[in-house]
Structures are given as structure tokens and as C-alpha cells.
Design a protein around this ligand. Structure first.
Ligand SMILES: [Zn+2]
Length: 137
């Protein structure tokens, strides 16, 4: 797997570096619309599995609350990199607070999520004395 992943990564990087826009090359969900270099297609990412020996080029859009690359994170980092890193390492929810993930999580109505409550786990399911379902590991 490592050799396949590294070889694919090198091919993707070479294709990206040979595009005039380099990392500004655009991918599209309809792959035929994605930018190409002289070496071929430039997807955002490449996923593969050994189940059917298939490698799939993909397009993924940036998450506006990403704790690695969203605008609030990059702005804070650029403003004061040392303070940003120290705060991120020493304050557990700093990145989530900065991106708005904390607020988003607080807005979730857990009662509206019923899918897992009603999910049946075949024969691995047990019920304890309180009537709660337990799952064997
Ligand atoms: Zn990101």
C-alpha cells in the first residue's frame, strides 16, 4: 500500500507542478471539467482501495470551519503565529471556538437525531438491567 500511495502522490504532485497555476489548479466534481497539466488530470485527492483494485480521482471542497485551513485559522496564524500556536496547544477548544464549530455543535438538537437510537445491531446486541442496549466489542 505504501508504494502505491507514494507513487500516486508523486504523480499527482508532478501533474500539479506542471500546471501554470500550480496549486491554484481547479478540480471539479465533474472530473472532465477539472484542470489538466501536460501530464493529465489534476484531482483534489485520489482515493483507492484494494477490494476491487480501483483508484478514484476526487474533487473535495474546502470546509469553511476547517481547523487547519479555514479563513479564521489562517488569519489568526498570520496575525501572530507564536501566540496562535501556543494558544492552540494549550487551550483544548481554541480551534473549535475560533472556527465556530463549538457554536455549531451547541446548536445541534440531539433529539432530532434518531437514526442511531433505532439502529439494531444484529446478534452483538445486549440489554443491561437499565434497559439500555450494550454492544459487545
Ligand atoms: Zn482544511
Amino acid at each position: 500500500m505504501c508504494s502505491i500511495a507514494s507513487a500516486t502522490s508523486v504523480e499527482l504532485l508532478m501533474s500539479l507542478l506542471n500546471h501554470p497555476l500550480k496549486n491554484g489548479a481547479m478540480a471539479d466534481e465533474e472530473l472532465y471539467k477539472s484542470d489538466r497539466s501536460v501530464l493529465g488530470l489534476i484531482p483534489h485527492q485520489v482515493r483507492g482501495n484494494m477490494n476491487d483494485f480501483k483508484i478514484t480521482p476526487m474533487c473535495g471542497h474546502a470546509f469553511n470551519m476547517c481547523i487547519a485551513c479555514s479563513t479564521p485559522i489562517l488569519s489568526e496564524f498570520k496575525a501572530d503565529p507564536k501566540t496562535f500556536l501556543l494558544t492552540a496547544c494549550n487551550t483544548p477548544n481554541y480551534l473549535e471556538d475560533l472556527t465556530g464549530i463549538t457554536q455549531k455543535m451547541a446548536e445541534i438538537d440531539i433529539d432530532a437525531i434518531e437514526a442511531f437510537d433505532d439502529f439494531a445491531f444484529d446478534s452483538d446486541e445486549e440489554v443491561n438491567d437499565d434497559g439500555e442496549e450494550k454492544i459487545k466489542t
